[in-house]
Ligand binder design. Structure first.
Ligand SMILES: [Zn+2]
Length: 229
């Protein structure tokens, strides 16, 4: 790792994607943090134009900074879609500074937006690993999980309803087969008889009325037999 003077408000450290630049002191919004520097490449020169690496910083149509040199500590700054710094490009001076666009606390990683061209070429194919994108992915995963649970619960409710309906249908069929009484050509469910609601008492009355009429018939012949004997 490169040696950084103690008076600088940053250090190179481990980040989720490899190495990164971290604040060691509070950095106020608007502060120039570090210069992004390296040899200037002239696109009009074939030799310069042939150079290809991840640290090229295009100033304009003609000039590009080759930031791949070790001394360029700013090259450790990672991309972020919601950054706390920005690249302040001065094409006429052929200089680039990284400037804080938020107050940055010690320990916080410094980052800036690399721009759409870089994003499309290098980050989109592998998936941007910046905090904002990770958060978005996490939220999407959580939403997908919640949706899956919601659908599962819905399917379970539906299955339960279906099972209940099937059980009710079966119970109805069984009631018609066993308990159903046909009276006056009407199909009855056991509760109704001749339009009258019956319960235990009703049935008891029917048998009570019938029994006095049958009792004399069975008991009457007995005295006659006794008398004959
Ligand atoms: Zn991102």
């Amino acid at each position: 790792m490169p040696a950084i003077p103690a008076n600088k408000p940053y250090r190179v450290g481990r980040s989720p994607t490899g190495l990164g630049l971290f604040a060691t002191k509070p950095i106020k919004k608007g502060t120039k943090i570090i210069r992004y520097f390296g040899p200037l490449l002239d696109s009009k020169k074939k030799k310069d134009d042939a150079i290809e690496n991840k640290y090229l910083f295009e100033l304009n149509d003609r000039w590009t900074i080759d930031g791949s040199v070790r001394k360029n500590v700013a090259r450790y700054i990672n991309h972020a879609c919601k950054p706390n710094a920005e690249s302040d490009v001065r094409p006429r001076k052929r200089k680039v500074f990284i400037r804080a666009i938020k107050n940055i606390e010690p320990g916080e990683e410094i980052n800036y937006d690399y721009g759409t061209d870089y994003f499309k070429a290098y980050l989109k194919p592998i998936g941007c690993k910046c905090a904002a994108c990770e958060k978005k992915r996490k939220k999407k995963r959580a939403e997908a999980r919640a949706e899956k649970l919601r659908l599962k619960a819905k399917a379970e409710r539906k299955a339960l309803k279906k099972a209940q309906k099937a059980a009710e249908k079966l119970a109805g069929q069984a009631a018609r087969k066993n308990g159903g009484v046909k009276a006056n050509g009407k199909l009855l469910d056991g509760k109704h008889l001749n339009g009258k609601h019956l319960n235990g008492n009703g049935r008891a009355k029917v048998t009570a009325r019938r029994s006095p009429a049958t009792r004399p018939r069975t008991s009457a012949p007995a005295p006659a037999l006794q008398a004959q004997a």
